[in-house]
Write a protein that binds this ligand. Structure first.
Ligand code: ADP
Length: 253
């Protein structure tokens, strides 16, 4: 599947947030969405999900204009998941299937079994029957990740998916995302960490001052010094050769 975001203009009342933002995403690839706090990343996710409506511009999925939320196109893991309570973690994950089930019916045993297997794979099997409000922020993020996977949409959008996770779980999330990519899912994740974008994304998108100021691969980002420009020279990206493979690290300047 291909997503085309075309010339999106958006404002909260009079406050212009996005001004002519255009880019394309393809399934089977991962994209890191970056930009300073308040640059409009979450707003862009909400526009793509159909939760917010653009003043002008359009979002197309394989050429079809998206006018309302479509769970087959996008699944979403929000940044703030503290509002969920009263459910066992396994049921939170199974909510992913709600839109595909007949009214008032519950997920069957096979779905529950698949959810349990996924919990095992993500290392959160012990959380299945814990109440969501009783688990840590990082564990909650993994439960929400399981829910997004079960939804089986073409694109996964993740708002700072690794922000609450220990380093092992950060790597494990990206390994799982790589696996999903190989199954031809598209991945769009936001991050504030240039190293994470350079290490895990095929392409990087950067929002600044209402515009998309960069879209391209890591080598291009490195050569054009996009992070140095975004953070006004306070950081520097260094390229290194790791056994014949080009890799990049981000350091304080
Ligand atoms: P980011 O995710 O990049 O931090 P956001 O998309 O959350 O940025 O916010 C972009 C801007 O829009 C910020 O200035 C924020 O204060 C403002 N904003 C976000 N949500 C609302 C809202 N519901 N009403 C008015 N302004 C908002």
């Amino acid at each position: 599947m291909r997503i085309d975001v075309k010339d999106i203009v958006f404002a909260y009342k009079e406050k212009r947030i996005l001004d002519g933002v255009s880019f394309s995403l393809e399934s089977g690839k991962s994209y890191a969405l970056m930009g300073k706090n308040g640059s409009g990343k979450t707003t862009l996710f909400k526009l793509m999900l159909g939760i917010l409506e653009a003043k002008s511009g359009e979002i197309l999925a394989d050429g079809r204009r998206l006018t309302s939320p479509d769970g087959r196109v996008f699944s979403y893991i929000p940044q703030n998941t503290n509002t969920l309570s009263g459910y066992e973690c396994i049921d939170v994950a199974l909510m992913a299937l709600a839109s595909t089930l007949p009214v008032l019916s519950a997920p069957d045993k096979t779905s529950e079994c698949n959810a349990k297997k996924l919990f095992e794979k993500l290392g959160i099997a012990k959380l299945g029957y814990e109440r969501i409000e009783n688990v840590s922020g990082g564990e909650r993020a993994l439960v929400l990740f399981a829910r997004a996977i079960l939804q089986n949409a073409s694109f996964l959008m993740l708002d700072e998916p690794t922000a609450n996770l220990d380093y092992e779980n950060q790597i494990s999330i990206h390994e799982k995302l790589d696996e999903l990519k190989r199954e031809d899912k598209g991945i769009l994740f936001s991050t504030h960490n240039p190293s994470e974008a350079l290490e895990f994304a095929d392409e990087i998108l950067i929002l600044d001052d209402r515009k998309l100021i960069f879209s391209g691969g890591r080598e291009e980002a490195y050569e054009e010094k996009v992070f140095e420009r975004l953070y006004e020279g306070k950081i520097k990206v260094m390229g290194l050769n790791d056994g014949g493979k080009n890799r990049y690290v981000c350091l304080r300047a």
